[in-house]
Each structure stands twice: as C-alpha cells, then as structure tokens.
Design a protein around this ligand. Structure first.
Ligand code: DAH
Length: 355
C-alpha cells in the first residue's frame, strides 16, 4: 500500500517534469512536492505508521524521490537563469563610441624626478642611498662636522632651533657623521648619497626656508688614494647625467669646515655655452655645489683614523639642478603647489630641457 503510494508520486513527478517551461512553474512544482502539504512531504509523514522493519526501505525510497526532485530543480533553475541572462544580453547594447570617464592622474614632482635620477646614477656606481633625521641635533649637524659651538662658519647657515640641542637640519652633511660613527667599531669603505630635505631661516626670491640637498660621501683606505681627481671624475659624470653633455667643470677654492681643501664647483653655462648671458650673469659659469676632501678632524671625531682613511664629499642643492634640467625659470614654481605646473610634467618622464 505504502509502496504503491511512493510509485504513484514517482510516476506523477516524471509526468510533471515534462510540463515545466519557466521559473514560475518550476517554483509551483516545488510547492507541489516539497511544500508543507507537498507530495513528498506527505510521504515523509507516513513513515510513523510503518512497521519498524520496513521503515528503513521506505525512508530510502522517499529520499530517492526527493533527490530526483532536487536534481531536476537545480538543473532547470540553472537553465532558466542562463536563458534569462542570454535574453538580457541580447537586448543590451554597448556604445563603445561614448566618451570614457576621465581619470585624474597625479604627476611626480620635478624635484622627486631629479632625486630618482640621481639615485639611479649613483646606485649604478655602487653607492648606497641613505637617509637621516630632519629634526637633527646640534652635535650631528655641526659639532661632528668640525663646527664646534661658537664657530664663525655657523653664521653661513641660519638655523631653526627647536631647543638648544635640536634644530631642523641645515644640511644633509649631517648624515656623514652618522654613517661614519655607525661604523666606528669596524671602519669600512663608504660610498653613499643622502638626498633629503634641509631647512634654513631664509626666504627671498632665490631661497626658500625648506629645500633639498643630496650629500655624497666616499671614504676608503689611504692606500686606495681616493683623490680630487676621483671627485672631479665623479662630478663630471654626475653633471653629464643630470644637466647635460659637453659641460666643463671649474673648481673654485672655497671654505667649508668639514673639507680641506674645499671647493665650490661651477659648470659652464649650458644656455650660452660659456659666452655670457643673463642666466650665468655674464660670467659663463654657474655654481652648482660645494665639495672637497674630507677633513681629518671629521674622520677622527667620528671614529675613522685619518692616517688610515680618506675620501671626498660633495653636496649639491637640488632645486637649482631641477630648474636647469627642466628649464624652470623661477624656483617658487616648485613650491607653490600649482597643479597646472605639475601637470606640465605629466607623462614627460624624461623631458630634458637641455639635452
Ligand atoms: N653642506 C654644504 C652646504 O650646505 C655643502 C657642502 C659643501 C657639502 C662641501 C659637502 C662638501 O659635502 O664637501 O652648504
């Protein structure tokens, strides 16, 4: 009797399966079989009246029908959904001629472009790129660079002191002392550049209170003779790479407490080729950096024996170099945050004003 009932439902289901043509009908069918009073649900409720020894078989048969139904339901449902999607896609057209949404692109600041250029060059020559704190101590910014408290050469750099001991660094040279001192237990050769921000209490048409420098330091054993010739050769490559080819360098004697001898280095004017023009103030030369042979006191104070070690240092300001490279006429453009100015550099990754 009970088994007949199962067969009945099974046969009915086979017939009903053939008459389903859309999602609504499929859902109605689900109610018919699995709803509260559904045919399969009803079969389930019969189980309690069945003698124990038949319960298992009966249960299995009901489950079989349920599986048949569920498989059918899933299969049909996927089919209907796919059909629906295909119909939608058929109707949908995409107009590829419509203008796209404009994406606002950012653009690298020219000083950062310059820094990256310099980093690439010096890394290719085996230098490390180092950093140091912008809030620096008097000790590292001055004292350890052979500028004791009260030294008259401190007047060359008007400083922002935060306390008696802390100031905003006036020069990236401060990192020279940090690197040397870090190696003092085991002195070893150094080749580093230190690009970064520096600060001085000055603000006029050609100076800003914040600017960028890139210190360079090369130290090696005395027997390796790191000399002025090496400094000159290095700076020649540097100038060629960041400003332009066929430029002459001129070393003018100068004074920096941390180098001896010290130089200011000029480059022949790339605008007029050295003949004289407004840019070079009719001199044919443009000053680009300070440099020299590292002073023995600096080495000694920071744990390197000057009898055994020696080398050179240099420190260009980066704004001027950036202006030369990209033909920027006024330094203030670099710091007034005018988006239109920055957009000038968009996509012109290697737009060389001079080359
Ligand atoms: N730090 C110096 C300045 O800001 C520039 C400089 C001169 C750096 C000579 C050096 C150097 O490393 O050897 O004026």
């Amino acid at each position: 009797m009970k088994n007949e009932k199962i067969e009945e439902v099974k046969n009915l289901l086979e017939i009903d399966k053939n008459n389903i043509s859309n999602m609504n009908e499929l859902n109605d069918l689900k109610v018919k079989y699995l709803g509260k009073k559904g045919l399969i649900t009803e079969l389930n409720s019969l189980i309690k009246d069945i003698p124990n020894e038949e319960k298992k078989n009966f249960g299995q048969s009901v489950n079989e029908i349920r599986t048949i139904f569920n498989d059918f339901y899933e299969e049909k449902k996927n089919l209907f959904e796919e059909e629906l999607l295909n119909k939608k896609l058929e109707k949908e057209t995409i107009d590829i001629t419509l203008p796209g949404d404009k994406i606002k692109r950012g653009s690298k600041h020219p000083v950062n472009r310059m820094i990256e250029k310099i980093e690439d060059l010096f890394v290719s020559m085996g230098y490390d790129v180092m950093t140091g704190p912008e809030l620096e101590t008097d000790e590292f910014c001055f004292e350890r660079l052979n500028l004791p408290k009260g030294h008259p050469a401190r007047d060359m750099q008007d400083s922002f002191y935060i306390t008696d001991e802390y100031l905003l660094r006036t020069q990236t040279s401060a990192v020279q002392a940090r690197t040397l001192l870090a190696n003092k237990d085991e002195p070893k050769p150094i080749r580093e550049i230190v690009p970064g921000k520096t600060y001085r209490k000055e603000d006029d048409a050609t100076h800003s209170h914040q600017f960028c420098q890139c210190e360079g330091l090369v130290i090696d054993k005395k027997e390796n003779h790191v000399s002025l010739a090496d400094l000159k050769g290095t700076l020649e490559i540097f100038v060629k790479e960041v400003i332009g080819d066929n430029l002459d360098l001129r070393f003018r004697p100068s004074y920096f407490p941390f180098t001896e001898p010290s130089y200011e280095v000029d480059v022949s004017c790339f605008k007029c080729g050295g003949k004289g023009c407004p840019l070079c103030k009719d001199t044919g030369w443009i000053e680009i950096l300070g440099a020299g042979i590292v002073h023995p006191n600096v080495l000694r104070m920071n744990g390197y024996d000057p009898e055994k070690w020696g080398g050179f240092a240099f420190g260009p300001g980066l704004e001027r170099l950036t202006m030369f490279r990209y033909g920027i006429p006024d330094m203030r453009y670099l710091y007034t945050n005018d988006i239109r100015f920055l957009e000038e550099f968009d996509r012109k990754d290697d737009c060389d004003a001079i080359k």
